[in-house]
Design a protein around this ligand. Structure first.
Ligand SMILES: C[S@@+](CC[C@H](N)C(=O)[O-])C[C@H]1O[C@@H](n2cnc3c(N)ncnc32)[C@H](O)[C@@H]1O
Length: 240
């Protein structure tokens, strides 16, 4: 996973690094240097390090011990916390909070509600929450399916040679996707289940507004591309 984050051209765990550069440039136009930023699910610090270099007071938080260790080693300017963002416990502490690369839709409904409440509390009055999600565009033409592949040299799901069994299922009027992967090595079996809820501008707004946010602006992605409603992602700038 760390290798996937760090590869400049892979989109498996983080966006391509040239997109991260564009994203950071856009984020830096939303608040002035010196402002405090909390990056939820910061991974190995690809955004945080760039933001710290631009003069922001940055905190990155991730549940991956390995990613946090890498970030701490490579970026001495930001503060990094090995922590579950569902246990966030700040009050009016940050000017901006980011949750980037569509992590929001991977949460259950109760987790999403809990997170929205905690993010709202953690923001200073007027603070911004930047979050992106996948849209219907990404799964519209997909059907329930199963497949398998041989990975003789290892791959994304396991470094050792393995057989990869994959399945995808669609629920809730084709708005929720479950992708199941089983990696079978010579000695072990590893199973992964990834949920993804997709949104429209309207369904995302309906979900976030009750938590006290205002929708400040809407974009096609977390690089600030103008909203068309036709992109694979949707990015909200929410204001407390
Ligand atoms: C798709 S990656 C995106 C990483 C980073 N935002 C980026 O775009 O480079 C999701 C990240 O969220 C982290 N994560 C997932 N669930 C988490 C949780 N409950 N608390 C903290 N971090 C979490 C993962 O460890 C991973 O680093």
């Amino acid at each position: 996973m760390l290798q996937a984050h760090l590869h400049p051209d892979w989109e498996a765990a983080s966006r391509r690094h040239e997109d991260i550069d564009r994203s950071v440039e856009w984020l830096s136009r939303l608040i002035p240097p010196g402002s405090s930023i909390l990056d939820l699910g910061c991974g190995p610090g690809l955004y945080t390090e760039r933001l710290a270099t631009l003069g922001y007071d940055v905190t990155g938080l991730d549940i991956s011990r390995r990613s946090i260790a890498y970030a701490q080693e490579h970026d001495r300017q930001s503060q990094y916390l090995y922590k579950n963002y569902l246990e966030l416990d700040y009050t009016e502490a940050f000017d901006m909070i980011t949750l980037i690369y569509c992590d929001y839709g991977a949460l259950t409904q109760s987790e999403r509600h809990a997170l929205l409440g905690k993010v709202h509390r953690a923001l200073k009055p007027g603070g911004l929450f930047i979050m992106d999600v996948f849209t219907h565009q990404t799964i519209r033409s997909k059907q329930d399916s199963t497949s398998w592949s041989a990975q003789p040299d290892g791959g994304f799901w396991h470094t050792e040679p393995h057989i990869c069994l994959e399945a995808a299922y669609y629920y809730e009027d084709h708005t929720v996707e479950a992708r199941q992967t089983v990696a079978v090595t010579a000695n072990e079996l590893h199973q992964y289940l990834i949920w993804n809820t997709v949104y429209t501008r309207e369904t995302l707004a309906a979900e976030v507004l009750p938590w006290g946010f205002q929708v400040d602006s809407v974009y096609d992605d977390s690089c600030g591309s103008p909203y068309t409603g036709e992109a694979d992602t949707l990015c909200f700038v929410l204001r407390k």
